[in-house]
Design a protein around this ligand. Structure first.
Ligand SMILES: Nc1ncnc2c1ncn2[C@@H]1O[C@H](COP(=O)(O)OP(=O)(O)OP(=O)(O)O)[C@@H](O)[C@H]1O
Ligand SMILES: [Mg+2]
Length: 254
């Protein structure tokens, strides 16, 4: 079985990478999970997963100078495929090869989470959302963030990518009540959870560790675990998923 999720938002800094790694760790209690830094222009998963010294990354694979296996690392109970941060690495990488990378990974894992770029502004940036089975939309509970999240939903569903749900992040004391009615009315997926604004999350990033490893008992970690529990992973056939990725047409950005 395998299901591929894009973790997207339509805005920078909402917590996509934090959430990808946290959901990945939480889901790894039940599934064989692979997380991929598909934000190849502004990669930073390596800093969240203790891999800042990784010698081989997705950039090398996308430049055809390394195998997929050489860029996978077993960390925190998951398989992590980090991406490099250099401009040269980005320039040499062919983002369309991500299709083959995911197709290869799909043969050997239950859940793939694609940490996605913040904007849908290039062919490379739209690829994760277009190819995934479903997308998790990470957003702060503000009207502008919701409006950006709706654009992601519209784009995803126009390519038959379903919405797995909304994950509110950096939620402050006034909570999500103010926006709950709008999100229920306009979004197609359920609310998976509301992760509080958390100093532990910032500390974890500075320490180069996933939140669930750094502070497993804090409120934010518990919220991520509940969100992961509410996500029922579908049982896609690995071969079909791989074929779909290999043959995906890369669309134009909106
Ligand atoms: N719940 C939270 N509470 C407080 N800080 C958080 C929370 N979640 C994430 N952060 C912090 O916000 C910053 C951005 O998080 P992250 O890198 O996960 O966002 P992103 O959406 O992936 O950003 P980008 O668009 O740049 O890829 C980081 O410093 C992270 O530690
Ligand atoms: Mg990120």
């Amino acid at each position: 079985m395998v299901e591929v999720f894009a973790v997207a938002s339509g805005k920078g800094g909402t917590g996509k990478t934090t959430s990808t790694v946290a959901l990945g760790m939480a889901l790894s209690e039940r599934y064989d999970v692979t997380v991929v830094d598909a934000d190849t222009g502004m990669a930073n998963m390596l800093f969240h997963a203790g891999l800042s010294d990784a010698e081989t990354t997705l950039h090398d694979v996308l430049a055809e100078s390394a195998s997929v296996e050489a860029a996978t690392y077993e960390r925190f109970g998951m398989t992590v495929v980090p991406c490099g941060t250099s401009l040269d690495g980005f320039r040499d990488a062919d983002p369309s090869r991500l299709r083959e990378v995911v197709a290869r990974l799909a043969a050997d894992t239950d859940v793939i989470l694609l940490d996605s770029p913040p904007a849908l502004d290039s062919r490379a940036a739209v690829l994760p959302v277009v190819m995934a089975d479903r997308t998790v939309i990470v957003l702060q509970p503000t009207i502008p963030a919701i409006s950006d999240g709706l654009k992601v939903q519209e784009y995803a569903t126009s390519y038959d990518t379903d919405v797995a749900g909304l994950l509110f992040n950096k939620v402050r004391e006034d909570g999500i009540e103010r926006v709950a009615e709008k999100t229920e009315r306009y979004f197609e997926g359920p609310t998976l959870g509301a992760v509080p604004e958390s100093e532990r999350a910032r500390e974890a990033r500075r320490a180069g560790r996933p939140l669930l490893a750094h502070a497993p008992h804090c409120d934010a970690a518990a919220a991520y675990r509940r969100a992961a529990d509410s996500l029922s992973v579908r049982d896609g056939q690995s071969g079909e998923v791989a074929d779909r990725f290999r043959s995906a047409v890369i669309p134009e950005p909106p």
